[in-house]
Design a protein around this ligand. Structure first.
Ligand code: ZN
Length: 134
């Protein structure tokens, strides 16, 4: 399935996230009750259960918390193998799964510094990937 045909489910909780990506912003939620960052998008804070969340633009900087190399993939990602899948911990304290792009496997390491980059992968779809920063 080509990426152009991939449909992403958006709802009122996640729409600001997807709209941010299209505009080159990595948006995450911020809890106004306990001041912690929240990701993935949701209706209430997973730390204190307050429903008082607002959106902030993340710095886009983080570190690799964990990673693996995908040698098999299905659907929209099958043509891209091998690629590096990582859990990135953002400066704001939340973790997100993404890809590390433009880096050889040998240079990727847990703890390495990364910066978000926005990849338009379909007509209406932009995804946040990460590049190593030296
Ligand atoms: Zn909270």
């Amino acid at each position: 399935m080509p990426m152009q045909n991939m449909e992403i489910q958006q709802d009122s909780d996640s729409r600001p996230y997807w709209e941010g990506l299209a505009q080159g912003e990595l948006r995450i939620q911020h809890c106004n009750a306990c001041s912690r960052a929240v990701f993935y998008p949701r209706a209430f804070c997973p730390h204190c259960y307050a429903e008082n969340l607002s959106w902030i633009v993340a710095s886009g900087r983080g570190t690799i918390y964990s990673y693996t190399v995908a040698h098999q993939a299905f659907g929209a990602f099958a043509a891209d193998v091998p690629f590096i899948v990582a859990i990135v911990e953002l400066e704001e304290g939340v973790r997100m799964m993404s890809r590390i792009v433009d880096a050889s496997r040998e240079r990727v390491a847990i703890g390495a510094n990364v910066q978000v980059t926005f990849e338009k992968v379909g007509e209406d779809l932009t995804l946040p990937y990460f590049r190593l920063i030296e």
